[in-house]
Design a protein around this ligand. Structure first.
Ligand SMILES: NC(=O)C1=CN([C@@H]2O[C@H](COP(=O)(O)OP(=O)(O)OC[C@H]3O[C@@H](n4cnc5c(N)ncnc54)[C@H](O)[C@@H]3O)[C@@H](O)[C@H]2O)C=CC1
Ligand SMILES: O=C(CO)COP(=O)(O)O
Length: 336
């Protein structure tokens, strides 16, 4: 009998747990690393993760541990799902524990502050592994829907297509349909920037600006994401796919999106501190909007929606003032 594929998932937040379920449902032997003992205990004894996915019954071939060495041992895939801004420190702690030929898989949708590195670049920098051993899973994948086994497509990106195909096979279930892509830069940028656009759409929704505003922000948001991607060597077609438009539509239409909800609260008039206080999970765009804008400036790319989000979230600009400024920018062609 062939040996089952073994996956370690760091950590047991909403997407780590839900993607762990996908891998387990696809037949992998999955160990989740949980930071808190009570989370690991609940998963192992009640088959539930009530803090992150209340009401979801987890499969039997998914176990949890607080010992990173136990989770990492012999893993074919080491899946990373921590907040983007803590990945560097977390991975530095885990690097010596990684199985020798493990493929590192990023589920994260952010850009590191200061360095402006994408998550796969942080992984390469810290774990010192080649790009052919780093994959990215992205697309319209709201964790709660996936954990409810509702249908979704996704993208598995790796510069080495054969590696992407193996992970595709290891994560394919009746409700989760992964496609492969070798454009890692485009796939990661699509995921990180859609969180920023999700904040913008949330703010517009909170202000009651209507569906035309939403459609306009999604489309122009995709235009500025594509401009940045082109400047960084991505394939523009990636942004018309699941990692771009697909994720943007899911995020900007769903109350399950933390970024969308965060923006809605700001648009309704809550202060940044009040909004942070009611946000229990990771809303990556709140920090990554600054690193995305930094990236745009380094590449000489105009990203007015991202700039507007940074103004509202980090510079205290009132949304009504930001809206007026965005709408009164000089007229231009849709193609630029
Ligand atoms: N939740 C979702 O629907 C999706 C999330 N993502 C991405 O997945 C990544 C993780 O997000 P979620 O699981 O949703 O967040 P979450 O907030 O639900 O979970 C975060 C996890 O990271 C752990 N954590 C927090 N601070 C930490 C630290 N300093 N050191 C180590 N671990 C720490 C928490 O204990 C928790 O297990 C993000 O980059 C997000 O953009 C991607 C697709 C879907
Ligand atoms: O990335 C996601 C869906 O694909 C989840 O979005 P949020 O992080 O905004 O919840």
């Amino acid at each position: 009998m062939s040996k089952s594929v073994k996956a370690a998932v760091f950590s047991a937040g909403s997407w780590g747990t839900a993607f762990g379920m996908v891998l387990a449902d696809a037949g992998c032997d999955v160990t989740l690393w949980a930071r808190r003992p009570e989370v690991a205990e609940a998963i192992n004894t009640t088959r539930a993760n009530p803090d992150y996915l209340p009401g979801i019954e987890l499969p039997g071939n998914l176990r949890a541990t607080t010992d990173p060495a136990e989770a990492a041992a012999d893993a074919d895939y080491t899946v990373l799902s921590v907040p983007s801004q803590t990945l560097r420190a977390n991975l530095a702690d885990w690097t010596s524990l990684l199985a020798p030929d493990t493929v590192l898989v990023s589920l994260m949708k952010g850009v590191e502050l200061g360095t402006t590195m994408r998550m796969s670049e942080v992984i390469e920098d810290v774990a010192k592994v080649g790009r052919d051993r780093i994959a990215v899973v992205t697309g319209p994948n709201l964790a709660r829907e996936i954990a409810s086994r509702m249908p979704a497509a996704a993208v598995v990106a790796c510069t080495d297509e054969a590696v992407a195909q193996r992970l595709q096979a290891a994560s394919h279930t009746p409700y989760f349909r992964p496609y492969t892509n070798t454009d890692v830069v485009g796939c990661e940028l699509g995921g990180a920037v859609k969180n920023v656009i999700g904040l913008a759409v949330g703010i517009a929704d909170g202000m009651g600006l209507g569906d035309n505003a939403k459609g306009s922000l999604i489309t122009r948001g995709l235009a500025e994401t594509t401009r940045l991607g082109l400047a960084m060597g991505a394939d523009p077609l990636t942004f018309a796919g699941l990692a771009g438009l697909g994720d943007l539509v899911a995020t900007c239409s769903s109350p399950l999106s933390r970024n969308h909800t965060f923006g809605t609260n700001l648009g309704k008039g809550m202060t940044l501190q009040e909004t942070i206080a009611v946000t229990r999970q990771t809303a990556e765009g709140v920090k990554s909007c600054e690193s995305v804008l930094d990236l745009a400036r380094r590449h000489g790319v105009d990203m007015p929606i991202t700039e507007t989000v940074v103004g509202i979230v980090h510079e205290g600009k009132p949304p009504v003032v930001a809206l007026k400024e965005l709408m009164s920018r000089s007229a231009k062609s849709e193609r630029r």
